[in-house]
Design a binder for this molecule. Structure first.
Ligand SMILES: Cc1cc2nc3c(=O)[nH]c(=O)nc-3n(C[C@H](O)[C@H](O)[C@H](O)COP(=O)(O)OP(=O)(O)OC[C@H]3O[C@@H](n4cnc5c(N)ncnc54)[C@H](O)[C@@H]3O)c2cc1C
Length: 378
């Protein structure tokens, strides 16, 4: 196979220790977490103590100040292990970077070190019951009153929403201005008027707590505004390439894992007197998938190189998100088929991988929106 050149020996050591963490602190508990619908909070603290949360944040704020390849390793290993219920990525690589880039010193000191320790869990709330893809259609509003913003509205489908201690809320501070009237406010669960709805029952990602959030005249101090009022939409656009790469990275490693499990399974299962892998249909299916996964791997690694060099543009990142997640759907579906009835049983990792894969085409900007972004470059 084509050798990967992205990682150094330091990265490899980090990967080995995160893999061990998943084997020892996650896998043994994962079935129970899926049944209860959320991971135990304790795993966040353990991950924080070992440096697996917010690794790219500066040391001053509790991180290790390392490059984004360390985050990429976390996404890859989560994809490989199938422990997709861990909401570490969103916390470390979406919420924390907004705080770092646009938060005041006070906000950074208050939240980032505790997030890196796993004592506080972060979420970001953009989507609403009536607006997802069309972010400008959100209704949550924050009206200035003295030195606070009075926030009203509701959000849905929020990852880490049930566990979260702080949430970055996207709200309109000047509805008349459309995208130019959108701001980002950091809301603490302790603020009166903030409540969490029920955990949502999902078709996959069953250990991931996804919830509705409600804001009823929550008084958010002006100091909790990220950056400047009205610039929220611009801030949300800044890191889209990285946010989409996170999904693509996980997609490719999930494909690799699905292939691995299926090759093992079809080697051990027999029908009509021979191993399933001996049938030409099995071999050709796996050969085709392996080829496509290799193509995806090389493309995503190259995109990561560009990202690290500050050269990955939004349309290329959209291609990566769109194409790898479509591939993930195809690979997990074909691999499930090769498992026969066992593939449909939850105790088999391929069944979970298949169910978990579906949402990858929906969140982080749907794949239709990705095609819109790509189409604008035609
Ligand atoms: C498990 C899960 C976790 C999530 N986590 C979060 C989170 O942490 N924070 C958060 O804010 N949101 C989160 N989301 C929400 C997610 O980002 C939205 O579901 C997604 O953006 C799509 O929005 P929607 O569901 O409103 O669908 P809609 O926007 O209503 O889209 C419905 C369909 O119409 C299509 N469509 C819409 N506009 C166009 C267009 N212009 N051209 C062509 N087709 C179009 C879509 O592609 C889709 O197929 C999560 C969702 C899920 C399922």
């Amino acid at each position: 196979m084509i050798e990967r050149t992205l990682y150094s020996s330091d990265h490899d050591l980090f990967r080995a220790s995160f893999r061990r963490f998943l084997d020892e602190e996650v896998r043994p508990y994962y079935d129970a977490w899926e049944d209860q619908g959320y991971v135990d909070r304790e795993v966040w603290r353990k991950a924080g103590a070992l440096g697996f949360l917010c690794p790219t944040m500066p040391e001053q704020y509790g991180g290790a100040g390392v490059d984004r390849l360390y985050s990429a390793i976390i996404f890859e290993e989560i994809g490989r292990s199938g422990a997709t219920g861990l909401g570490f990525g969103l916390h470390s690589d979406i919420v924390a970077p907004y705080l770092l880039a646009y938060g005041s010193d006070d906000l950074k000191e208050r939240y980032l070190p505790a997030m890196a320790r796993g004592e506080l869990i972060g979420a970001i709330a953009m989507s609403e019951p009536s607006a997802g893809s069309d972010l400008q259609g959100i209704r949550a509003s924050a009206v200035r009153d003295g030195d606070t913003w009075v926030l009203n509205g509701s959000k849905t489908f929020i990852t880490n929403g049930w566990h979260c201690d702080l949430v970055i809320v996207v709200a309109k501070t000047d509805p008349a201005l459309g995208a130019k009237g959108i701001s980002l406010l950091v809301v603490d669960t302790g603020m009166p008027g903030f409540s969490k709805g029920k955990r949502l029952k999902k078709a996959g990602l069953k250990a991931q707590d996804t919830a509705e959030l409600f804001f009823d005249s929550v008084r958010v101090p002006d100091g909790n505004l990220l950056g400047r009022a009205g610039e929220g939409f611009i801030y949300l656009m800044q890191e889209l390439a990285w946010e989409r790469m996170q999904i693509a990275i996980l997609a490719v490693s999930a494909c690799e894992a699905a292939l691995h499990w299926t090759i093992e399974y079809t080697r051990s299962r027999k029908a009509f007197g021979s191993e399933i892998i001996g049938f030409q249909n099995t071999r050709f299916t796996l050969a085709a998938l392996k080829t496509e996964v290799q193509v995806a791997r090389v493309f995503v690694d190259r995109c990561m190189e560009l990202l690290l060099a500050g050269k990955l543009d939004a349309p290329t990142a959209a291609m990566a998100k769109y194409w790898t997640t479509e591939l993930q759907g195809k690979v997990t579906d074909d691999c499930l088929q090769l498992h026969g009835g066992y593939g449909y049983m939850w105790e088999y990792p391929i069944a979970r991988a298949w169910a978990d894969a579906r949402v990858q085409r929906i969140y982080g900007g749907t794949n239709e929106i990705m095609k819109e972004i790509i189409a604008r470059t035609l």
